[in-house]
Design a protein around this ligand. Sequence first.
Ligand SMILES: C[S@@+](CC[C@H](N)C(=O)[O-])C[C@H]1O[C@@H](n2cnc3c(N)ncnc32)[C@H](O)[C@@H]1O
Length: 274
Amino acid sequence: MATTADQLREEVRRRYAESARAVTEGGGGCGCGSDSCCGNGDGDAARFGEALYDAEQRGALPEAAALASLGCGNPTAVAELNDGETVLDLGSGGGIDVILSAKRVGPTGVAYGLDMTDEMLALAQQNAREANATNVHFLKGVIEQVPLPANSVDVVISNCVINLSTDKAAVLSEMARVLKPGGRIGISDVVAEDHLPPEERAERGSYVGCIAGALSKSEYEAGLKAAGFEQISVEFTHQVADGMHGAIVKAFKTSTRERRGLPVVASAGKSGCC
Ligand SMILES: C[S@@+](CC[C@H](N)C(=O)[O-])C[C@H]1O[C@@H](n2cnc3c(N)ncnc32)[C@H](O)[C@@H]1O
């Protein structure tokens, strides 16, 4: 029987709840079995997780926050963040990028983390307390329906989460809705080379392991354009499987639509993306 989108999302939630529990009990986030979280084992240490942050950033974090890192890049290194800005991290996990962003935007700024997994939210809150980060808020919800008002965020970041979504067009659309006009995204994600069809992506790794659900480079670019972004770039940084890469995705929310009086929000599923 085919797996429905709801079943897939529940499988993702269970896997990351398991991963958060493993960290809370003193283990590593990916130590709960092959394919149970981003990556497939020890050989993935350089391609996923805390190794992608520099020593200074790791030193500024509680150990559990660094251990809980399950990303495929370092979005705080690619998104320029300024004092007083509002940042939203989609799929914030153990909170590593929210805590680092909170430091960068300073006490007059705010960093929000959004995640659907209770165990991850609890871990992130504990990590933020240990890091003495006060300008952080963790929200429970799904990235396909962000619980924040339109035009309220300066920067959206995300680390290895959009590939896990079962409705990527809705996620891209929600990013455009919550961003202020001219707002920007700095995202790390797994991205496939364009010649690789979805079946071949699925042969290279599981959905919960951040491989099978990855968009291709041109799918990402087209999806962002349809959702209302401009100055889009998708750059491969390191290979994570044959024909699949950790990538940095950057773009700006276009303000021209608003100037022309057109709605910025494309409705979910209509962007022609994915
Ligand atoms: C691979 S981990 C990455 C966590 C974090 N960004 C990091 O770099 O360590 C994926 C996270 O995204 C969350 N997640 C996956 N799909 C989601 C969705 N549709 N809505 C909200 N959270 C989601 C999971 O609960 C998990 O915490």
